[in-house]
Design a protein around this ligand. Structure first.
Ligand code: IPD
Length: 282
């Protein structure tokens, strides 16, 4: 049977590659920063320009499809996942990295139908790595198949996480308490690329055993979630239940036992959901 969404996926790969060119050029001379929900929640004209480029190109080809885009939501568009074909776009995942020229920046495009991610595309533009996954068909980086790490022992693992942009002292305490618990398992190390999408691609590539974070958004992880699961990994919520992409909490790991061990150590909390009514969320 013909793959219904292959055409859309091909379009997403081409759009991500074009977006990556714009990001690379802007990195050299155009990084004017403004802020969104707080002084550390950054946005640049490039984020907005790239999101519009992707949305316009998709609208021309697929006029009935819907969108959830980071910058459109920041501008007041609804963030609601329906059963309709929906493009979930983060034009620059790693905006803080981009602003500081820290070299991990990704364009992330997930595509969901019936609330299920059908394909994911993450283009790590400065590394020129195109990560792709199609549901049921595996994950790839620049066309080469990906496989999560086969490590069974968390004590021999590297775990990725981020501090995010929430500076509420209670949330920061919980983030540090989880980090302390995980470091003291002990694990080999803790890392963070500064981009949720790239962290998830690192899990899919087998470079780190797991990634967890509280505070991410659906556009940061929609594409990466499929890239992890199609590379043989598992996803769950930070309390061990099924992952909910709108809940802003995620654990992605090479295997269930490692994900469950991380869950045991996380001091969890619940930021406002992405589909909650308020347009600006930390
Ligand atoms: C952020 C990055 C960062 C993560 C934040 C995200 P943005 O996305 O993925 O690594 O810690 O939670 O919001 O704002 O650069 O698209």
């Amino acid at each position: 049977m013909a793959d219904l969404w292959q055409h859309a996926m091909d379009h997403a790969v081409a759009a991500a590659r074009r977006a990556g060119e714009v990001v690379r050029e802007a990195l050299l001379d155009d990084r004017k920063v403004t802020t969104k929900s707080s002084s550390v929640d950054l946005v640049t004209q490039t984020d907005q320009k790239v999101e519009q480029l992707i949305i316009q190109s998709v609208k021309e080809k697929f006029p009935t499809h819907r969108f959830i885009g980071e910058e459109s939501v920041a501008a007041g568009e609804p963030c609601v996942l329906t059963d309709s074909p929906t493009w979930i776009i983060d034009p620059i995942d790693g905006t803080t990295n981009f602003v500081h020229a820290f070299p991990f920046v990704a364009v992330s495009i997930g595509f969901s139908v019936d609330k299920q991610v059908e394909f994911g595309v993450v283009y790590s533009c400065l590394e020129d790595k195109m990560f792709t996954a199609r549901r049921g068909k595996g994950s790839f980086c620049n066309g080469e198949p990906l496989q999560v790490s086969d490590q069974e022992d968390i004590k021999q693992s590297i775990i990725a996480t981020e501090f995010g942009s929430n500076r509420d002292p209670e949330a920061v305490d919980k983030i540090f308490s989880s980090l302390r618990n995980i470091l003291c398992i002990p694990v080999h190390g803790v890392r963070g690329a500064g981009s949720a999408a790239i962290n998830m691609c690192l899990v899919a590539s087998g470079c780190v055993e797991a990634y967890y974070e509280i505070g991410i958004h659906v556009w940061d992880v929609a594409a990466g979630s499929l890239i992890v699961s199609e590379a043989g990994g598992v996803l769950m919520d930070v309390e061990g239940v099924a992952v909910d992409l709108m809940s802003r909490r995620i654990v992605a790991a090479n295997r269930r036992t490692i994900a469950e061990r991380i869950v045991k150590e996380i001091d969890s909390f619940s930021p406002p959901r992405d589909d909650a009514p308020s347009p600006l969320k930390q």
